[in-house]
Design a protein around this ligand. Structure first.
Ligand SMILES: NC(=O)c1ccc[n+]([C@@H]2O[C@H](COP(=O)([O-])OP(=O)(O)OC[C@H]3O[C@@H](n4cnc5c(N)ncnc54)[C@H](OP(=O)(O)O)[C@@H]3O)[C@@H](O)[C@H]2O)c1
Length: 326
């Protein structure tokens, strides 16, 4: 099978598209033929070695932690799934990864069966961005009708998901992005959009129940003035100093600071799938690249300018290679 592999940590030029053995599903595992794999910012952070202390040192590696496709084969001891089922996979447990390839084996517990005829393109990106946004807004932000929320980084993958979900919850949403993305963020449901290149949001005269800093470019202390008396500041970047600050300040202040890490919960994926089926929600998709262009896809991802998900298409890759070889 074709796969994008890296032989060492480094920049996007590390990727090599090559033929590797198709994996075999072991006990409790499922072999999935991948249609689309979604990129996430954590992928380039893994690629450049930022998480090397948590990952195996074995190379070559195949990155990619979410994808959609069809079940090709089942290992022993797998019940309730069948060959040909359309599925979403999230093989992140113990950094198994492996989605930048035409096939991947995953634990059956990390396979989520999709409804027949579900859009597999949207189906490739069901956890990281939408489930993070859902868990922040519902479980931490406790957003409800009438809540006021400021979403920093509203034009990114998590931001555009958060705008839609906050809207469903009845919140009043102020989105923050640069001028070129204002219309986009409005089109996803923001009530107002502020351009961070011309306005210092920490100096706003209004206050919010939640400041959701998707891109973690703000600081809790500078956001205190724009939080309501019981307001919260939430970011997504695990930084030791932030965690220390949270421990020291949260017990003594009504204004709270949390860093949220997404948890893999099938019920939350089911919620996202249901909302997509009801046409109440869409995965924001910015760009689709064939597997052979994974380097360009990663360079775009790492630029920090994406306006939604970047997806690798395995079928385009197959076609492109066929054309190249004939
Ligand atoms: N903790 C978790 O569980 C978790 C889960 C998911 C994601 N994350 C992290 O959350 C971050 C965002 O993820 P993502 O997928 O949404 O990223 P993304 O899609 O790559 O975000 C790109 C967007 O960020 C905007 N942006 C860049 N600099 C900005 C700034 N200074 N102020 C406001 N907006 C800015 C850009 O808009 P402009 O071009 O207009 O500047 C662009 O549209 C990443 O660091 C990711 O690793 C963490």
């Amino acid at each position: 099978m074709q796969a994008a592999i890296i032989h060492q940590w480094g920049n996007a030029s590390q990727f090599e598209i090559t033929e590797v053995p198709k994996p075999i599903a072991g006990h409790g595992e499922v072999l999935v033929k991948i249609s689309f794999a979604a990129l996430n910012p954590i992928d380039y952070k893994m690629r450049n070695g930022r998480f090397k202390w948590f990952m195996s040192r074995k190379f070559p590696k195949i990155l990619g932690l979410e994808a959609s496709g069809h079940i090709e084969a089942l290992g022993n001891g797998v019940d309730g799934l069948q060959g040909g089922d359309p599925v979403f996979i999230h093989p992140s447990k113990k950094f198994r990864l492996g989605c930048y390839a035409q096939y991947n084996t995953v634990l059956a517990s990390q396979v989520f069966r999709l409804p027949a005829h579900f859009d597999l393109l949207q189906g490739s990106a069901l956890t990281v961005a939408p489930v993070t946004a859902l868990q922040v807004l519902r479980d931490y932000g406790k957003i409800s009708k009438g809540s006021t929320i400021l979403i920093n980084g509203a034009s990114g993958s998590v931001g555009l998901c958060a705008v839609q979900i906050a809207k469903m919850m009845g919140a009043t949403i102020v989105g923050v992005c640069s001028s070129r993305n204002i219309e986009l963020v409005q089109s996803y449901g923001a009530d107002r959009v502020i351009d961070y290149t011309t306005t210092d949001i920490t100096q706003l005269k209004e206050q919010f129940d939640l400041v959701f800093d998707c891109v973690s470019t703000l600081q809790f202390k500078e956001c205190k003035n724009i939080l309501t008396p019981n307001g919260q500041y939430i970011n997504l970047m695990l930084r030791p100093l932030d965690l220390l600050w949270q421990r020291m300040s949260n017990p003594f202040s009504n204004k709270k600071f949390h860093t949220v890490l997404m948890a893999y919960r099938p019920d939350d994926i089911a919620w996202v799938v249901q909302k997509i089926e009801q046409k109440a929600f869409q995965i924001p998709i910015d760009a689709i690249y064939p597997l052979k262009d994974v380097q360009a896809a990663h360079e775009y991802l790492e630029s920090g300018r994406a306006k939604g998900k970047i997806i690798l298409d395995m079928s385009i890759e197959t076609q492109a290679l066929k054309n190249k070889n004939t």
